[in-house]
Design a binder for this molecule. Structure first.
Ligand code: URA
Length: 269
């Protein structure tokens, strides 16, 4: 049976309001803009709005989806904040265990909680979006950003951003097997793209993919008869993991533009 699509809350709110969204590339809604600008992460922003602590252009605003633009004047608890924000990107060294999901029904912990636990106060006000997913047992480089455009750019298959994985596998893959991985395999969800494949040790495969399908590395290695024992991601684009497990650092502008190939849209003046 076809699953019924739920209308997103922001869209319901926009339909209720009708026209009147401020112009500009960065026209946004209130909670999301507060999270992107580092004023309050979205859950805290929703709470503050519900408590009547947020003013938009001089009036208390009770709608978390109220449209705002870069020039909208916003006050939280009487303090004015700019909604213009630079694009931030962070690298986080994911340990095995936490899930890359907002919800955590099994109570195993999320990467968002792990990241927040090590962030300094000046980065706590942002809403951090994970750039793609890693399985619960996968370790390594997970990027985060306050900017959804960066997330879309880095995760879109059309961007062809290479992701480098290191997999310890059962058995010892031969050169012929590596050739099959490189040329592409047919999985249940279709053929895989050309990939990089090399051995680092007899049972350690370095696989570089330019797409990010669900469990793709594990499924590709399973398909050639070498199930994955452990999986680690060490690079995304030209950004190479260089922090200890559980730690983070911010990326430089050059890492964002050159390493990830992302050029943010300018905020309207
Ligand atoms: N491929 C996988 O199988 N798992 C990951 O976590 C990432 C890529």
């Amino acid at each position: 049976m076809a699953r019924k699509q739920r209308t997103p809350r922001w869209l319901e709110a926009a339909r209720r309001r009708g026209p009147g969204v401020p112009e500009g590339a960065r026209a946004d809604w209130l909670t999301r803009a507060l999270g992107r600008a580092g004023v309050l992460p979205r859950a805290q922003a929703e709470q503050a709005i519900g408590e009547g602590r947020v003013e938009v252009d001089g009036r208390v605003e009770k709608d978390p989806f109220a449209p705002v633009g870069a020039r909208t004047r916003v006050r939280v608890d009487g303090v004015e904040h700019a909604l213009t924000a630079r694009v931030w990107a962070l690298m986080f060294h994911k340990p095995a265990g936490p899930v890359v999901h907002g919800s955590d029904p099994e109570g195993v912990g999320t990467v968002f909680e792990r990241l927040r636990a090590v962030l300094p106060p000046e980065l706590q006000g942002f809403e951090w979006y994970a750039v793609g997913r890693l399985d619960r047992d996968t370790t390594g480089l997970l990027l985060f950003s306050n900017d959804e455009q960066l997330v879309r750019h880095a995760t879109a298959p059309e961007t062809h951003l290479p992701k480098r994985y290191v997999a310890r596998v059962e058995g010892a893959p031969t050169e012929e097997t590596l050739g099959r991985l490189r040329m592409g395999l047919t999985l249940e969800d279709g053929p895989t793209r050309l990939a990089g494949a090399a051995l680092r040790e007899p049972d350690v495969v370095v696989l570089t993919l330019t797409e990010g399908r669900h469990h793709q590395v594990k499924r590709m290695l399973e398909a050639v008869g070498h199930p994955v024992l452990t999986l680690h991601r060490e690079a995304v684009g030209e950004v190479v993991l260089d922090v200890a497990e559980g730690a983070f650092r911010t990326l430089t502008d050059e890492e964002v533009t050159e390493g990830l190939g992302f050029r943010p849209e300018a905020d309207p003046a």
